[in-house]
Design a protein around this ligand. Structure first.
Ligand code: ANZ
Ligand code: ZN
Length: 820
């Protein structure tokens, strides 16, 4: 009866929370609101330690803020569409929906077992029509605004499985399932015009400075990749038009010795018609997966197209090449190559023996640069061999040359973004159907709003990777809403990042009969968002984009306070074991369930928060788990052994009681500090551990001052621990607490009176050398200290036989005695 039994204790406490709807948030926050959110999980089947860490962090924050008197919203849901459900279904011949919902059941149970303070009445699963219908609705609004469009775009095509592959399904250039060589194919796909928000998304990052990790802000800035430069036109020698290029270095224009275009550039395709070599080159480029990273790292290769252009300022003839490092989708899909000043162009020129012409001299260099450079000089400098622009610095020359081009109508200043529009089409089944119809007469026609949602059929058993929507007349066949003719539904579904781009807003009003209502305005933005740093760009950028879309369709106010979705972001570190990331493939996972079964939720949570600061990686340690468990046992015993009830504090405390009380309030101060700005929960927990040791040592016979202080200290300790070990704290609070339930009990405040110490410890130096540390009354003026230190018994041996020349007092810190 009197020992710590986490299993039964935790289940009793959890039932109480459930009975009392303890974590139900009101529709509209009363008083100050606090919205705490963890990135919601994909229902893969089992919680892993990364989840436990993520949710323990947010739960500690949510519980702390509740005790600070805020109205807290802390919801949970499921990012439920996506490929793994299809893969699992293929393997077991089940339906993705069944697999998904049974996983949700199981994982919900695991989350409940962890005792997380969720308002479960707000649970969302994104694969339900109640949720995804609003995405379809938004899609139609964006279509009206011109923020949705279709264009040809490249996909990875598996010729054996006859299906489009996601990038992660391409392994070493082959289909993950068929092993067939993947081809690049151009198909029409749907895009969201995130590029229209590029500047706003960039500027918004400034408002997050200090609230989001710098690393994430930098990654987003680079991802948006704003480049200022010029569009430059090179007239084709045969007079048939121009090739446009984008350059951030128009100052190097006179060093351009050839042009390079992307393999799929129209001019390359045209040249391929009459050249087997060129056609072969383009064909080979097709087999490289479509990512910037692979394009960057591959060996640079190219082929001359047999075309010439004229230099826009010198009229010199330059050859045009197709090259595998030029991206079709960036800038103009063509570059002017300046081998002397761009490393990539340099390597390419070396390989194919193209001329290298130096036009920039590093500022500090006196003589002409070497005629045979070993690498490109990529820094700005002073122009040479550049006609009337010689002698200008790069910065000035950029403007001057761009102006000269503009005067000839052969160029202009432009800004380019690395950020591409968001291709949301997926040729997959288990996703949100794009609400469009293809009519043979009218072309693309949106599904009328009244016909929403387009419900995704859930009954298919999957037998091959091809989307069953393609073969289901029930889904496919529809009358054109405009002309009534037989038409076909779109079979592409939306990227699952669409669902995760607005779920945080829907949590505020999960039952709203529109996408969002005024509850979202009141609860947003999320005050604290926590998740993995792997989401630094895509998810976190898309959500920032969507929040602005929701604003611009009128669902959130345009008041400057609702632009950003997440006010503060914490990116938690990984959970490691034996020095490497826990993962199934490495076989080094620790199943949270096993820890819960053995030690209970409080131990699991406490260990995981104590083992490292939240943003750093955490090394799993069985003995540290054991240690966390023993600590909780110790707290249990400490409170059980207390001879209650807790008496009121006497007016004046004796010395030892006063010291103990100081320790209690110092702990409150330290924990509070680490719950707020720094969020170093490990330090907070360490402070609690230290206090528990001090309390355990107190000699507290009932009736003594110490007994009263111990009571106060145990109460404080339970309050301070309750965000980390909520079950134990609440159970013990029942025994020793004052009336209010610990969940909503005000967070303890450090009493300045108690923190105040009557003595100060000063460092005593003799001739600048440390000799003693001595206590003096805190209020002593310097003259008193001067005389007191000289007669202090501890000082006799240091001063014996010496003549004191001078005593220097640095108040609160040290006394230096100068002797001869
Ligand atoms: C000439 C030049 C000279 C360049 C020089 C650089 C250095 P960011 O900063 O990323 O915007 N570029 C333009 N379009 C490209 C494409 N579609 N694929 C690959 N590279 C492309 O980079 C802009 C620079 O990348 C441009 O400036 C262009 O090369 C190249 F000394 O033009 B530069
Ligand atoms: Zn029609």
């Amino acid at each position: 009866e009197n020992s710590y039994q986490p299993q039964s204790l935790e289940s009793t406490i959890q039932q109480r929370w459930e009975r009392e709807n303890a974590f139900r948030a009101p529709n509209h926050p009363e008083g100050e609101k606090y919205y705490a959110l963890a990135m919601f999980p994909y229902p893969s089947g089992q919680l892993h330690m990364g989840h436990v860490r993520n949710y323990s962090i947010v739960d500690a924050i949510a519980r702390y803020q509740r005790m600070r008197g805020k109205t807290v919203l802390h919801p949970m849901g499921w990012d439920a569409f996506g490929l793994p459900a299809e893969n699992a279904a293929l393997k077991n011949g089940s339906a993705p929906a069944d697999w998904t919902f049974s996983n949700i059941e199981h994982m919900r149970g695991q989350l409940k077992r962890l005792g997380l303070s969720y308002d479960w009445s707000r649970e969302i699963a994104t694969c339900t029509p109640d949720y995804y219908r609003w995405e379809q609705w938004l899609f139609l609004q964006l279509w009206k605004k011109g923020l949705v469009y279709q264009k040809l775009s490249t996909v990875n095509w598996d010729p054996v499985d006859q299906t489009v592959l996601a990038n992660e399904q391409v392994v070493d250039g082959r289909g993950w399932r068929s092993g067939a060589l993947v081809e690049r194919r151009e198909i029409r796909q749907w895009f969201l015009r995130i590029s229209a928000y590029a500047d706003e998304l960039l500027d918004g990052l400034d408002t997050l400075q200090g609230q989001w990790p710098d690393q994430v802000l930098t990654m987003q800035r680079n991802w948006i990749g704003r480049s200022e430069g010029a569009e430059i036109h090179f007239p084709l020698a045969d007079g048939s038009g121009v090739i446009k290029v984008f350059s951030t270095r128009p100052d190097t224009l006179f060093g351009a010795t050839y042009l390079a275009v992307a393999a799929e550039h129209p001019l390359a395709l045209q040249a391929a018609e009459s050249s087997g070599e060129i056609a072969h080159f383009i064909e080979r480029c097709k087999h490289v997966a479509v990512s910037e990273a692979t394009m960057e790292s591959q060996e640079k290769e190219g082929v001359p197209l047999g075309i010439q252009v004229r230099h826009p300022l010198t009229d010199e003839l330059l050859p045009v090449w197709a090259a595998n490092f030029v991206l079709l989708g960036y800038g103009e899909g063509a570059v002017m190559s300046v081998p002397a000043h761009d490393q990539r162009d340099f390597e390419f020129a070396r390989k194919y023996e193209l001329p290298i012409r130096i036009v920039i001299r590093a500022e500090q260099e006196e003589r002409e640069s070497a005629a045979d450079p070993q690498a490109a000089l990529t820094t700005p400098g002073c122009l040479v061999h550049s006609a009337n622009f010689d002698g200008l610095d790069s910065q000035t020359a950029k403007t001057a040359i761009t102006e000269a081009l503009a005067a000839k109508d052969l160029g202009k200043k432009t800004i380019n973004y690395r950020l591409r529009d968001w291709g949301i089409s997926r040729q997959r089944y288990w996703g949100n159907p794009i609400p469009m119809i293809h009519c043979p007469h009218c072309g693309v026609v949106p599904v009328p709003e009244a016909d929403l949602p387009v419900v995704l059929p859930t009954h298919y058993q999957l037998h091959d990777p091809r989307s069953p929507l393609l073969d289901d007349p029930e889904f496919l066949q529809v009358d054109c809403p405009q002309c009534g003719a037989a038409a076909q539904r779109e079979t592409d579904t939306m990227d699952t990042f669409v669902e995760s781009s607005w779920y945080y807003a829907r949590f505020a009003c999960p039952d709203a009969t529109q996408m969002l209502d005024s509850r979202a305005t009141d609860w947003l933005p999320v005050d604290q968002y926590v998740g993995g740093v792997e989401h630094a760009v895509l998810h976190l950028l898309y959500a920032r984009f969507f929040n602005r879309l929701l604003r611009d369709v009128g669902l959130l106010p345009n008041d400057g306070k609702h632009d950003e979705p997440f006010r503060r972001l914490l990116t938690q570190g990984m959970v490691l074991k034996d020095g490497s990331k826990m993962s199934k493939s490495k076989g080094n996972t620790v199943d949270p369930q096993a820890i819960l079964d053995r030690y209970g939720a409080d131990t699991a949570r406490l260990f995981i928060l104590f083992a490292a600061p939240p943003e750093q990686s955490l090394e799993w340690s069985d003995s540290a788990v054991e240690g966390a468990y023993r600590f909780l046992q110790r707290i249990w015993r400490l409170v059980q052994d207390y001879h209650g009830p807790v008496p009121p504090l006497p007016q004046a405390l004796r010395d030892t009681a006063r010291d103990l009380r100081r320790a209690v309030h110092q702990c409150i101060e330290r924990v509070t500090l680490n719950m707020e700005d720094r969020q170093h929960f490990n330090v907070a927990i360490a402070a609690c551990m230290e206090l528990s040791n001090q309390l355990a040592k107190a000699e507290a016979t009932p009736g003594s001052d110490e007994h009263a202080v111990l009571g106060e200290g145990l109460r404080a300790l339970l309050l301070l621990l309750s965000p980390f070990a909520p079950h134990l704290s609440e159970a013990l609070w029942d025994k020793i607490g004052d009336s209010k339930a610990i969940l909503n009990h005000p967070w303890p405040e450090a009493d300045p009176e108690a923190l105040h110490s009557d003595t100060v410890t000063l460092v005593i130096q003799v001739n600048g050398k440390l000799r003693e540390r001595l206590d003096f009354p805190a209020a002593s003026p310097p003259q008193e200290l001067e005389s007191a230190v000289l007669v202090h018994p501890e000082m006799a041996r240091h001063l014996e036989g010496k003549t004191v020349r001078k005593v220097i007092v640095v108040p609160g810190r040290l006394i230096n005695i100068v002797v001869a």
